[in-house]
Design a protein around this ligand. Structure first.
Ligand SMILES: [Zn+2]
Length: 153
């Protein structure tokens, strides 16, 4: 869940950009839509802006540890997130190859041939991950307080 004030921040950035790069036909519609969204639940003048990555300010790794799902985070979510966000290790694994010229000091190049990153065992691995995540979700939901019941924490 995003941190509070994100739409307010987007609105402020867009207002700033619209004053620096005038293009009334474009900005008017974008600003009107953002203003409507940012003010939908509470007026922007009453909103604080948080730059935290999540609503609670607790990063996902810490949430996983607190929920007892650290193994799932480390072995499933973390690597998949690395792929989704094109982190350098995943780029080198799936999209790069080492230059073979020894005088170039082993820099990376985009792969010359496109090959699928999906291997024969990927389907099985995805199924195992999905089952593990479902079991984790069911385990955590069984521990969660019932809606309307005060938490004991
Ligand atoms: Zn080279």
């Amino acid at each position: 869940m995003p941190a509070p004030g994100r739409l307010k921040l987007a609105l402020l950035h867009t207002e700033d950009a619209s004053s620096r790069f005038p293009a009334p036909d474009v900005w008017d519609e974008v600003l009107e839509q953002l203003d409507e969204e940012a003010n939908a639940e509470i007026g922007v003048e009453f909103q604080d802006i948080s730059l935290e990555g999540t609503f609670s300010g607790i990063d996902l790794r810490k949430m996983a540890i607190a929920a007892g799902a650290e193994v799932d985070y480390r072995l499933a979510y973390g690597p998949m997130s690395g792929v989704a966000h094109s982190e350098w290790p995943m780029l080198t694994r799936y999209a790069m190859e080492g230059c073979m010229n020894p005088l170039h000091r082993f820099h990376w190049l985009p792969r010359s041939e496109i090959s699928s990153a999906v291997r024969a065992m990927s389907g099985d691995a995805a199924l195992v991950m999905a089952k593990t995540l479902l079991a984790t979700y069911e385990r955590l939901m069984a521990r969660a307080p019932k809606q309307g019941t005060p938490s004991e924490n």
